[in-house]
Design a protein around this ligand. Sequence first.
Ligand code: ADP
Ligand code: MG
Length: 733
Amino acid sequence: MPRTADPSASPTRAAPAKKPAQSPARQAMLKLGLRRDIDLALHVPLRYEDETRIRRIADTRSGETVQIEGTVVHNDIALHPRRQLKVLLDDGSDTVELRFFTFYPSHRKALAEGTRVRVRGEMRGGFIARQMLHPTFRPADAPLPAGLTPVYPASAQLPQAYLRKAVLAGLARADLSETLPSGADPYPPGPGMPGQNGPAPAWNLRDALSFLHYPAPDVALAALEDRSHPAWRRLKAEELLAQQLSQLEAKRARDGLRAPLLRAAPDAASLPAQLLAVLPFDLTGAQRRVVEEIARDLARPADGRDGETSGDAGGAVPMHRLLQGDVGAGKTIVAALAACICIDAGWQCALMAPTEILAEQHFQKLVGWLAPLLAARGLQVAWLTGSQKKKERAAALEAVAGGAAALVVGTHAVIQDQVVFRNLALAVIDEQHRFGVAQRLALRGKLRAQIGGRTGEPHLLMMTATPIPRTLAMSYYADLDVSTIDELPPGRTPIVTRIVADSRRDEVVARIGSQLAQGRQVYWVCPLIEESEAVDLTNATQTWQDLQEALPGVPVGLLHSRMPTAEKKAVMAEFAAGKTGVLVSTTVIEVGVDVPNASLMVIEHAERFGLSQLHQLRGRVGRGAAASACVLLYATNEGGRVSETARERLRAMVETNDGFEIARRDLEIRGPGEFLGARQSGAALLRFADLATDDDLLAWARDLAPRMLDRDPDLAQRHIGRWLGGKAEYLKA
Ligand code: ADP
Ligand code: MG
């Protein structure tokens, strides 16, 4: 999988060069993003420990975490069943045995017989023999703290005590002045505190943070821990508002740019009409709808605003649209029609895909559909990729610069500096989640023109087969318009998915034989372990040999990421042409590959794949009329087990074929952080708010953000700065 460097994802690199060397604790703080006073103030405790009370041993129950104080009455080292330090503590009410499996001579000394100590840990066992394993301890009789003791998210190089001091100092210095506009609707109150009537009152930021860092002794720990406490509500409301403001700001900045106005001609001689006429199928209703949505965006005049002149010369508001549709939903033809509108209006279109194989497939398909129509207009489709021969590349670059290449298809090569477009008006990014912010920005910078007196910007259409669940879309992609293809082309039969233990491989091979006998083709995917490409290769090669032996006379192809591009292309072409029956591959076929005759997908070590990846892979079959199946082979580890999350993923695959449902479950299993892949999406992740429970706060923030930007832009800037600091830039792509 190509991992692309994303310079904007690492703001730490910009640190001034000649600062004195940082202490390890200080470096660890920077690593946690704790730079400014406000960052420290917002670094709220993960949990709290109640050290305000000393409990009587006799009153404690098994499972409770308690603090006790007593005298050591016995101390020795036992050797069975394992070497351990055993200490018997007596507080007059009862005794408890403290056990340490790792210990130093200093432990023995600090816990010598006759010493009084204060101990904190989880009580185990009943009243016959109480025990604590590895409790923390300190000398007894120190004054007890008045409030709960905060425990901060820290790291190995960052001791709690150091961090706590830094945080409290940051809290004291930070500017916590009010940034919510005074006349605005207050954010929705929480459910209220136990023992109180009515909703909880709203808190201001200073009180909320002071409270979270120094909670009162009588606070209900549960309200702090489930984040329903009014102090938490305040933080969540502020955070969501900052997120909405920054996205809205990005959207408005983009709205200040101008894209070419691309009007679709209604007549039958237009390029879109000609393409539709030569297609071997009719568009689905969903495809027609999204094409219309896109066409409307491309022709949305920017006039009427800021007293600009009307008419096409004033340009259009740049499109910023995400096209989502399950694997096989038919996004490519939608992109092709958008390209046709663009080309018809006299402009260029670029289509970028994350892998060479995928880009190549698009190229083949688009050439097939469009080359004859374009040739009649003296235009062509150009191909750009890193692995291209020099001469070929030079010719392509020339066609792009001169404008003869009306459509340019390729990989990352499309955004390289040497690629100069004559007049790029539409950029399409397939599998957008595989690209980083920097790539999107680079593509958008490819239109070097003034339109209607403003900086020119191409229209942007992003495509994805990993649908974004609604709350995520509202929150993280608030500045994006979304079109959804929610209908598969007709005649598709649902894919039946089965989970099969690796020990039953032979049966699977037999099944392959029967598919081949019916003239069908089969994919066999081996996992990619990032740490060791070499091992993968052996696995895939071994499987390839095994299958050749097991299926005599059947041509079996092998495809992996280490192969030279030309060879990859040849293998893929043979499979697409039906010359090979089985294609063994590493995950290079993951996205977009389209061979309708393939009806069986076998995924080896399915337990190692992510859910959306499994769904993408499965989507390679079920593209033709034949009944299709997906076999998820799993291997248990030495303990004979598959992890619970892996099991959940496999179960989800069997239970549903619906990409939206898969995305929802994926989100559930992984949480939004991983789901979005912070580096790739560039989204600033929410630390406090939880989209699953805080939708009322999200709705409030969405509603307030536009008014706040209009009426109180300075306050809005201060709020964004406080919460996002340098990270706001991420959101602008
Ligand atoms: P994806 O949305 O996964 O990118 P593709 O664009 O690759 O899907 O389309 C999958 C297959 O379905 C292709 O072979 C494509 O030509 C075909 N297809 C697309 N739209 C239709 C349609 N309306 N009717 C029949 N087949 C279609
Ligand atoms: Mg596709």
